[in-house]
Write a protein that binds this ligand. Structure first.
Ligand code: ADP
Ligand code: MG
Length: 322
C-alpha cells in the first residue's frame, strides 16, 4: 500500500467540524482561523522507539500517549486544544498495527476535543512527532514566569508512579498494584477537564511534569525569579506506589521521577476555595504542596520542616552525568 493509501485509510478519519479549522487533511497545508480575541499556541513532541517507549508497546497505548503528552503542554498554558499534525515514521505497512493505532488516535482525539489536520508519513524506525495547536484568550496564557511571592504550589493527580513502572516492565506476572502502576506509564491521565476551562483565571504559573517535580518546578523558579519550599509529606502518592516502593522511595520518585504529565501550578492563596471547588466539579485530585518564596532559585525540600535529601537525578537527554 502506498503512502497516499495509508493516509486515506488510517489518518483521514471522520471528525467533528470545528469553526477554526478551515482546511484539514488533503491539501498541501492545513488552514486554521484564529478568532480575533485569541492567540494561537503551539508545541511539538517526538516519541522514538527505545527512548520514549518500548518496541513492543501496544499501538493503542502509543497513540494515546503521543497525543496526551502533547495536549498536556497545551493545558499547562491554559489553552484550549484545537488541532494537531502527525509526522509518523513506520518500519512497515502492518495493517493490524495501523488499524489499532488509528482507532486509538481517533478516540483520543475525541476525548481531548482536538482534530488531526495534517502530517507526514515516511518509512523507517518507528517514531511519532505530534505538533499541537491551541487557543488562548489574548494575553491570558499561563506562563512559567507568572508566579508571585507567597503563591501556593499545587499538583494535580499523583506523582512518581510512572517512573517506577520502568522497573517492573518485563516482570512476568504483575500483581494488581504493579499493573495499575504500569498503566500510569503507558496511559498517563492528564487533567484535561480541570485545565481546559477556568484554569487560566486562578493559575499564576504552570508547567506539566514530564521530567519530575523538582526539575520542572525549577523552571518556574528560574522564569519567575523566585524560590520555593516543598513539603515532602504533602506530596500526592498512589497507594500502589507506596505498596510497591515503600514510602521513602515513593517520595523520592515523586520528586525526581518523570513521565507523570500532571500539572504543577502556582496560585494566590485567595483562590484556595475556588481551586478545590473547580477540582471537585471536574473530578480532579489537587494537592497543595508548598509555597513560592523570595530567595531566588532556591528550591527547599522539607520533610516535617527539616531539610530532606533527594537521592535521584532527573532524566535529561544528552546529559553527561547519566
Ligand atoms: P505533500 O507531499 O504535499 O507534503 P503528503 O503526500 O505528505 O503531501 O500529504 C498529503 C496530505 O495528507 C497532506 O494534507 C498532509 O498534511 C496529510 N498527511 C500526510 N501524512 C499524514 C498523517 N500521518 N496524518 C495526518 N495527515 C497526514
Ligand atoms: Mg509530505
Amino acid at each position: 500500500m502506498a503512502e497516499f493509501n495509508i493516509i486515506q485509510q488510517y489518518f483521514n478519519f471522520e471528525q467533528n467540524a470545528s469553526e477554526s479549522i478551515v482546511k484539514a487533511i488533503g491539501d498541501d497545508c492545513a488552514i486554521l482561523d484564529i478568532p480575533k480575541n485569541k492567540q494561537l499556541v503551539t508545541s511539538v513532541d517526538t516519541l522514538v522507539t527505545g527512548v520514549h517507549f518500548y518496541a513492543d508497546v501496544s499501538p493503542q497505548d502509543l497513540a494515546y500517549k503521543a497525543l496526551a503528552v502533547n495536549v498536556s503542554d497545551l493545558l499547562a498554558m491554559g489553552a484550549q486544544p484545537l488541532a494537531y499534525t502527525l509526522a509518523i515514521t513506520l518500519p512497515e505497512n502492518d495493517k493490524l498495527w495501523l488499524d489499532a493505532f488509528s482507532k486509538s488516535l481517533k478516540e483520543t482525539s475525541e476525548q481531548f476535543s482536538i482534530n488531526l489536520v495534517g502530517g507526514d508519513t515516511t518509512q523507517g524506525p518507528l517514531s511519532i512527532s505530534i505538533q499541537v495547536f491551541g487557543l488562548v484568550k489574548k494575553h491570558k496564557a499561563i506562563l512559567r514566569s507568572g508566579a508571585q511571592i507567597g503563591d501556593d504550589i499545587w499538583i494535580t493527580g499523583t506523582l512518581g508512579s510512572a517512573k517506577i513502572a520502568l522497573d517492573i516492565n518485563h516482570k512476568q506476572d504483575r500483581n494488581e498494584f504493579e499493573s495499575s502502576l504500569w498503566n500510569r506509564l503507558v496511559r498517563p491521565e492528564i487533567p484535561y477537564h480541570f485545565a481546559r476551562k477556568k484554569f487560566f483565571k486562578f493559575a499564576s504559573a504552570a508547567i506539566d511534569i514530564s521530567d519530575g517535580l523538582h526539575a520542572d518546578l525549577s523552571h518556574i523558579l528560574e522564569q519567575s525569579q523566585l524560590g520555593a519550599e516543598i513539603m515532602v509529606e504533602a506530596l500526592p502518592l498512589d497507594e500502589a506506589l507506596i505498596e510497591v516502593a515503600g514510602i521513602d522511595k515513593a517520595r523520592q520518585l515523586a520528586l525526581s521521577g518523570g513521565d507523570d504529565y500532571q500539572l504543577c501550578f502556582t496560585a494566590n492563596e485567595s483562590f484556595r476555595n475556588t481551586i478545590h471547588q473547580h477540582a471537585n466539579k471536574t473530578n480532579t485530585r489537587v494537592t497543595r504542596v508548598g509555597k513560592m518564596v523570595a530567595s531566588k532559585y532556591s528550591l527547599k525540600v522539607l520533610l516535617n520542616k527539616e531539610a530532606y535529601e533527594m537521592n535521584q537525578a532527573s532524566w535529561q537527554h544528552f546529559s553527561t552525568n547519566e
